[in-house]
Design a protein around this ligand. Structure first.
Ligand code: NAP
Length: 335
């Protein structure tokens, strides 16, 4: 199979590349040639800048499928409009990596029939969801039954630069007293990037499209289970101190980013723990064991380039964590 990947050199895209290589597919990457240029020396690379509408190098070529990983561009809708139109007669199947943030308002166990965002509001998070929703519509219009829109939840695994799930893996490995939010039963959904790639290739091979929620796992996962699995895998001697919402709010801890997974927003909580993934599971979505994801991350973190994380990477500053743990003792004593 001939696979075109728009992107392919940061995080999720790399999981697509590596699985395609394992499956013996012929791969072409299209990007600006700026990020991680040295990786995949034997893979064909076409250069172009989608932000500027420069798709020249894609012209006159044919592939069996394209996987479009582009996410955060301000002009996302325009770039997807341009790439779908250019490629409509050059590829048979178009996968667009979307997000569960396409939904305007979620309810417990929300599925794909939940209304998607339409109103352009000013916040970055809202614009992201609106753009993803509009881009999905373009894909569906141009590629019809061969348009696959992957509404991904929290994506984790090796190569992740956001330091959200990886923060916990590294923090637990380090050991000591670990500040953890709320309680063992705090629920969370997430998916290993390689599970997404495996499932998408399955769908492409069957020529299937549609809008799908794609997160995991297929059982109720809690932060307690995650942290304990991290502890087991890294053989850490760390101990968890569960601190309350009230304490975290009082200390103005940044939700989700400064303390990954923690939020008091009802919508964000539902978004990250109540997504119905039955439709994708019925189409063969399957999940690696959590411990295997953690092993991968620990191995990757040993060799990851020093400045690999994003500037806005998540995680509590170690000194701040220490201070908070001391404050927590006083706070508890005064309750
Ligand atoms: N992380 C999560 O939890 C999460 C959740 C839901 C959805 N998502 C979505 O998942 C996707 C993940 O993206 P990723 O960063 O992991 O993908 P990736 O394909 O690994 O990396 C992004 C690629 O885009 C290329 N690129 C950037 N600007 C470009 C431009 N102007 N023209 C052409 N190519 C350009 C980059 O290469 P160059 O810099 O060399 O151009 C890079 O290869 C995004 O769509 C995101 O919205 C993520």
């Amino acid at each position: 199979m001939r696979v075109l990947i728009l992107g392919g050199t940061h995080f999720l895209g790399r999981h697509f590349v590596e699985q395609a290589l394992n499956l013996g597919y012929e791969i072409t990457l299209f990007n600006r040639g700026k990020s991680n240029r040295e990786i995949y020396p034997d893979v064909e690379k076409l250069i172009g800048d989608r932000k500027k509408g420069d798709l020249e190098s894609l012209k006159g070529r044919e592939w069996d499928c394209v996987i479009d990983t582009i996410g955060y561009m301000k002009n996302l809708v325009q770039v997807v409009e341009e790439s779908t139109h250019l490629l409509k007669d050059q590829v048979k199947h178009y996968t667009f990596i979307s997000s569960i943030e396409t939904y305007s308002e979620v309810k417990p166990n929300f599925d794909e029939t939940t209304p998607t965002r339409v109103n352009q509001k000013k916040t970055l998070a809202t614009r992201y969801g609106v753009n993803k929703a509009l881009a999905e519509k373009i894909n569906n219009r141009v590629f019809g039954t061969k348009a696959l829109n992957v509404r991904a939840g929290l994506i984790v695994g090796k190569y992740d630069k956001t330091n959200r799930f990886s923060y916990w893996v590294k923090r637990v490995e380090k050991g000591g007293e670990i500040l953890a939010p709320v309680g063992y039963e705090y629920p969370i959904q997430l998916i290993d990037a390689s599970d997404i790639a495996r499932w998408v290739f399955k769908m492409i091979n069957q020529g299937k499209g549609g809008d799908f929620n794609v997160t995991g796992p297929d059982y109720k996962l809690t932060i307690g289970q995650i942290l304990n699995t991290c502890k087991e895998v890294s053989k850490s001697k760390g101990e968890f101190t569960w601190v309350s919402n009230e304490f975290l709010l009082k200390n103005k801890i940044g939700q989700w980013r400064e303390l990954p997974f923690w939020t008091t927003s009802d919508q964000l909580l539902l978004m990250t723990n109540s997504c119905n993934i039955g439709k994708a599971i019925a189409e063969g979505l399957a999940f690696r064991q959590l411990k295997d994801t953690i092993i991968d991350i620990l191995e990757w973190e040993k060799i990851a380039p020093k400045k690999y994380n994003y500037g806005f990477a998540g995680g509590l500053n170690p000194k701040k964590e220490q201070k908070l743990l001391e404050k927590w003792k006083e706070f508890k004593d005064n309750q």
